[in-house]
Design a protein. Structure first.
Length: 222
């Protein structure tokens, strides 16, 4: 069953899309703002995102950037904005298609099918990852060596481990772990990354796996 995350702050649109998608055997999750959408995407791993640009907390283009920092999930933008530049900005940020409100449900479902067909299936990443002397099981949420991680440490670590070798920006991590209101609290990241290194790295002062990219973000090096 294809998982679709619908992101919109209009309850009537959320309801209509949920009813029509479920009736066609899609599994549906919903979010009414950008921060919730990013958290839901990280936790639920949808196969496709339908995203409104006019959200109450984040601009939809910022949500696209946040998603594209770690996933290639197809994104269909659903928006009342009809300006050419709005479409260009959304597509340049990484959206796969753009549907303007008001829209016909049959047209949107046809776009969903078309975008889904273009996606090349990817093998899932490993569920057990090695850092130093520790094996981290992302499914069971366990670490060998009697290491205990807090929920926040787990959330931060999982984002990095599911994006091996990729730079994940400070803004993306702060938004997804703490919320949109914490995008300037870079001290949170420094504190929690230091804790993770103390627990997992053989030499926390010279980490081999949890790497800082100064001024930009962090990277997991397998």
């Amino acid at each position: 069953m294809t998982r679709v995350l619908v992101v919109d702050d209009e309850p009537q649109i959320i309801r209509a899309l949920r009813i029509n998608l479920v009736a066609r055997h899609y599994e549906v999750a919903v979010a009414a703002d950008g921060a919730s959408a990013l958290r839901e995407a990280a936790d639920w791993h949808p196969d496709l995102v339908v995203l409104d640009l006019g959200l109450p907390d984040l601009d939809g283009v910022d949500v696209i950037h946040g998603l594209r920092g770690w996933t290639n999930v197809p994104i269909i933008v659903l928006s009342g904005r009809t300006g050419h530049q709005d479409k260009v900005d959304a597509l340049d940020a990484g959206a796969d298609d753009y549907v303007t409100k008001p829209f016909g449900i049959d047209e949107l479902l046809a776009r969903v099918r078309a975008v889904s067909r273009r996606v090349v299936a990817q093998e899932p990443g490993p569920s057990v990852i090695q850092i130093g002397d520790h094996a981290i099981d992302l499914v069971d949420k366990t670490v060998t060596g009697d290491v205990r991680l807090t929920p926040t440490e787990w959330h931060l670590l999982e984002i990095l481990l599911r994006n091996p070798g990729k730079l994940v920006s400070q803004r993306q991590l702060l938004t997804r772990v703490w919320g949109a209101g914490f995008v300037k609290e870079t001290n949170y990241l420094r504190q929690y990354m230091a804790q993770l290194r103390r627990k997992l790295e053989r030499d926390p002062a010279h980490p081999a796996h949890l790497i800082t990219e100064p001024g930009m973000g962090y990277r997991f090096k397998p």
